[in-house]
Design a binder for this molecule. Structure first.
Ligand code: TRP
Ligand code: ZN
Length: 508
């Protein structure tokens, strides 16, 4: 048992006796012993080596219903802080006999908590907890170690296989959260609303969640903002917005399985445009900040006008578009990057054509099929980059082979070549090598196995792991199965080699 630092959270005294390790904790024998249920605590993490406290064990979330009210910051010189209040209704299934389990929640105060509408009995020592509206919780927050955990003690306890509905009422001041490398992410407060982009573990800054892609779920949103503001979330509007008393409520529905880092509910002064469609009938719903400069608006409009063609092209290579809709959120504010939020990527300042192709490709690579561990990030970024090479070639630009050669040719530092893209470390998730060596890996693989096997294996990968997640080893296995080749040496060289790969795949 290791003691961790303690903080006051939401005015509550917080016991930070996190039971050692991430395995099952707090085992309690069933009365009578032997055959009965054995209730233990769900693990405080999903088991990801890069983000040990992201996600949780012991249950599987089916659906999140997020009923939020958000007040953006007052005009300058008021601080850049908003106010978020929410009721999260979480449907889950226990995967073990549970006496308690965790949710991830960062920087928000919990006001009440129920499980199946029921009061919990008081928490026994040694944990110091609080009883709020009957259900007990205690909240661990250690910002230095990036541990943000809300522990729920359901009474009665949950048996494996049992469904439960958890209702958390919470709220807090929103600021500008930072990820492990100090990039802005999560519920990023902007002067006119919020940019919500949460890769890899920022969803916990705005709702209680099992914040790891191995636990996907569907989502419903009911989000209330001052009249005049527009909320754009994942999926489609389930009914028209409703206004009363100076507030407008927006209803969005995202029925497809979705990883938590891909959830968005961005708020701003958006022009929510009329829906257009791809040839295959995918609805495209765009929201563009009304304050973009004329030059950025022109760039953005030209890029968004290509979305239907891009869907057509990627469907011809990768198979059917995986979700119920697509479209873009283009915010005048900037977090410094774009993110492939499911069905509805967010863009900072403007949307360039290459970035739109990149974020669209992620809908197949990363979103429909997610990286099982964060170390598998090259499967996201390598693929999105490679798909953009394919789109450029399709448009009469540089061919994929030329792009590969252009990446391969220049002299680069030892440090550049030494990064193992198959295990880049939590601070290397978005290193340029993950993108470009990742794309080059895929091109070299295509040259290695031939076009036919490459695209057949790609489609098999997408079918087999749809709505789920896979590892680099799973990916290799699919390509070996389809090509009949042993690809161990290939993947060792490309994913884990710390030198420039040989020129074998560089063609004229
Ligand atoms: N996944 C994003 C993309 O490539 C990039 C991204 C997410 C990012 N978070 C970041 C880039 C933080 C830099 C810093 O589309
Ligand atoms: Zn990307």
């Amino acid at each position: 048992m290791r003691a961790r630092r303690m903080k006051l959270v939401g005015g509550l005294a917080v016991a930070v006796a996190v039971v050692g390790g991430l395995g099952a904790t707090g085992a309690a024998a069933a009365p009578g012993g032997g055959e009965g249920p054995r209730y233990t605590a769900g693990a405080p993490g999903a088991g990801d080596a890069y983000f040990p406290y992201a996600g949780n064990g012991g249950y599987d979330v089916q659906h999140y219903d997020l009923d939020l009210t958000y007040a953006p910051p007052a005009p300058e010189p008021a601080p850049l802080e908003g106010r978020l209040d929410g009721i999260a209704t979480i449907d889950l299934v226990a995967t073990q006999d549970l006496n308690r389990f965790n949710l991830d929640l960062r920087g928000m105060d919990v006001r009440s908590l129920t499980v199946n509408g029921k009061a919990a009995t008081a928490i026994a020592p040694p944990a110091i907890g609080a009883t709020v509206d009957g259900a007990a919780y205690w909240h661990v927050q250690d910002d230095d170690r990036r541990v943000w955990e809300l522990t729920v003690q359901p009474r009665p306890k949950l048996k494996a296989g049992q469904h439960a509905q958890v209702v958390v009422e919470y709220g807090g001041t929103t600021t500008v959260p930072l990820d492990i490398e100090e990039a802005e992410y999560g519920w990023v407060t902007t002067r006119d609303g919020a940019i919500v982009a949460s890769e890899p573990d920022g969803s916990m800054t705005w709702y209680p969640v099992s914040d790891h892609q191995t636990d996907k779920a569907s989502y419903g949103f009911e989000i209330t903002v001052p009249e005049g503001k527009v909320v754009v979330a994942n999926g489609v509007q389930s009914k028209p917005e409703e206004t009363s008393g100076g507030w407008t409520t927006w209803f969005w529905d995202a029925p497809d399985q979705q990883a938590s880092y891909l959830t968005t509910a961005s708020v701003g002064d958006f022009d929510l445009r009329e829906t257009t469609y791809s040839s295959s009938g995918v609805p495209i719903i765009d929201a563009v900040d009304t304050k973009l400069s004329p030059a950025r608006l022109a760039t953005t409009n030209a890029s968004l006008a290509r979305q239907a063609d891009m869907i057509d092209f990627f469907e011809s290579r990768f198979g059917a578009y995986p979700f119920n809709s697509f479209g873009s959120i283009v915010d005048n504010d900037s977090v410094g990057y774009a993110l492939e939020t499911q069905t509805r990527p967010v863009y900072s300042s403007q949307a360039s054509q290459g970035t739109v192709a990149h974020e669209l490709a992620h809908q197949w690579f990363g979103n429909a099929v997610s990286p099982e561990r964060w170390q598998d990030i090259w499967l996201n970024e390598g693929w999105a980059t490679y798909a953009t090479w394919l789109w450029t070639e399709q448009n009469g630009g540089t061919t994929a082979q030329q792009a590969y050669n252009a990446w391969y040719a220049p002299a680069r530092t030892t440090a550049y070549w030494s990064l193992q893209i198959g295990d880049p470390g939590p601070l290397g998730l978005f290193a340029s090598q993950v993108y470009n060596r990742g794309a080059a890996t895929l091109h070299a693989l295509r040259v290695e196995v031939g076009d036919e096997a490459f695209f057949a294996a790609t489609q098999l990968w997408l079918e087999r792991y749809d709505d789920s997640a896979g590892t680099a080893e799973d990916f290799q296995a699919v390509f070996e199965e389809v090509s009949g080749e042993d690809l161990d040496g290939f993947f060792q060289t490309w994913l884990y080699g710390q030198a420039k790969p040989p020129a074998t795949w560089t063609l004229p």
